[in-house]
Design a protein around this ligand. Structure first.
Ligand SMILES: CC(C)(COP(=O)(O)OP(=O)(O)OC[C@H]1O[C@@H](n2cnc3c(N)ncnc32)[C@H](O)[C@@H]1OP(=O)(O)O)[C@@H](O)C(=O)NCCC(=O)NCCS
Length: 160
């Protein structure tokens, strides 16, 4: 069965934090405080991918239409290259577009080759190199995608 996607619920927190610790090196992965801060922002959205009742991936964004920012995308190492990241990203992009987002920004370490390949594959383009962005020594790419016009915001419903 393919993983199912759903919105984050507060009881997921420990699993998300554990997964983030496993996806990024110490210092780049989020502390509990920072992850909780992002997840509780009024402007945040978080989708999780669940496989057999276990969380195998998640994506967090924050938005201020027409702009949004991807905060993190994490897929469990044993479940990579099975299009879970793609499913999370495509669902998030569609949700953001429906709320009026036209452009999405993110940062990723220049030495994170799988991630750079993933983002490029999904239409994100390098806009700038942010020197010593992570841990004051690792450079990051700032990447942006202009959402295609086919992912249009839903028109507001007319009053009857
Ligand atoms: C980057 C990441 C989210 C990708 O998730 P995923 O579920 O494995 O990605 P998908 O299976 O949807 O991959 C889609 C496409 O992206 C590209 N891609 C993904 N991983 C890749 C890799 N290791 N090397 C090269 N290209 C890769 C490929 O084009 C792939 O398509 P294909 O499998 O048909 O060749 C995952 O590797 C991850 O969680 N890494 C650790 C955390 C991280 O770096 N997050 C992103 C930075 S914020």
């Amino acid at each position: 069965m393919p993983p199912t996607l759903r919105s984050y619920e507060p009881h997921d927190f420990a699993s998300l934090h554990k997964l983030d610790q496993s996806c990024f090196p110490p210092g780049i992965s989020y502390s509990k405080t920072t992850l909780r801060y992002f997840l509780t922002l009024a402007s945040a959205d978080c989708l999780v991918a669940e496989d057999g009742g276990r969380i195998v991936g998640f994506i967090v964004s924050e938005e201020n239409p027409p702009l949004a920012h991807i905060i993190t995308l994490d897929v469990d190492a044993k479940h990579r290259r099975h299009a879970i990241g793609t499913a999370l990203l495509e669902t998030l992009e569609a949700n953001l577009a429906a709320r009026g987002v036209r452009s999405i920004l993110l940062e990723t370490a220049t030495n994170n080759e799988p991630a750079v390949a993933f983002w490029k594959r999904h239409g994100y383009r390098i806009e700038a190199t942010l020197k010593r962005y992570y841990l004051a020594r690792i450079d990051a790419y700032e990447m942006r995608k202009i959402l295609p016009a086919t992912l249009k915001a839903q028109p507001a419903k007319k009053e009857p």
